[in-house]
Ligand binder design. Structure first.
Ligand code: ATP
Length: 203
């Protein structure tokens, strides 16, 4: 019966770098929806984000590991980055379904509302929203586009406390020598400093 299934949250993102916005979202939703765990899935190359200066995947993976180390409910998966090719969420979910078969587990896919208006461009979007329960969380000012309408009935919206942090903002601040303390966990800041990440616009 579905309400006896274990609930697994899947949280995909560039995590370039991971910040407290991500951690708050994952923990809040985990608690609200009683997930057994949340699996962070850093993307190798986001098919819709052609950003040539994306930080190498092994660094982004390590920063996620450092950020989540103190939370027993959090895990990270290298399923997408070890493929070294473009990753599609539907393929990732199929892989997770092998590990967490649908008769015993319900998969939940966490998605920022800002991404919903692009969902129609993802691979097999209708199948995708039927494979996992999509949980959309807010960034302010979301207006669904006409293209997003067919998916809305499949999506559960959840309110979270909003933290106005984005990885883009974190990167900009690091480039200009500004503090990111309390935006990013301390061990991640140490890692960024040790490996001299986000120092210049090309890498
Ligand atoms: P970037 O600024 O590089 O686009 P990001 O901070 O939005 O990065 P991603 O790693 O792409 O981070 O985020 C994964 C998901 O988390 C996305 O769906 C994004 O919308 C969402 N997200 C990130 N930060 C926040 C935040 N502070 N509040 C709400 N949603 C967020």
């Amino acid at each position: 019966m579905s309400n006896q299934k274990q609930r697994i949250g899947i949280f995909g993102g560039s995590f370039d770098p991971i910040h407290h916005g991500h951690l708050l979202i994952a923990e809040w939703i985990r608690d609200e929806l009683q997930f057994q765990k949340v699996i962070f899935v850093p993307t190798h190359i986001h098919p819709l984000k052609h950003n040539p200066s994306v930080t190498p995947a092994h660094h982004r993976l390590k920063m996620v590991q450092l950020a989540i180390a103190s939370n027993a409910y959090f895990e990270v998966s290298d399923i997408e980055i070890r493929k070294e090719t473009v990753s599609y969420t539907i393929d990732t979910l199929r892989e997770f379904q092998k590990q967490y078969p649908p008769d015993a587990y319900q998969l939940y896919f966490l998605i920022g509302q800002d991404n919903l208006n692009q969902l129609h461009l993802w691979k097999d979007p209708i199948k995708l929203v039927q494979m996992a329960q999509f949980i959309a969380f807010g960034r302010p000012g979301f207006e669904p586009s006409p293209e997003a309408q067919p998916f809305l009935p499949f999506i559960q919206f959840i309110e979270i406390p909003l933290l106005e942090i984005s990885a883009t903002r974190v990167r900009e601040r690091l480039r200009t020598g500004k503090t990111v303390r309390y935006m990013v966990p301390d061990p991640v800041i140490e890692y960024i400093q040790t490996h001299q990440l986000y120092r210049n616009p090309t890498g």
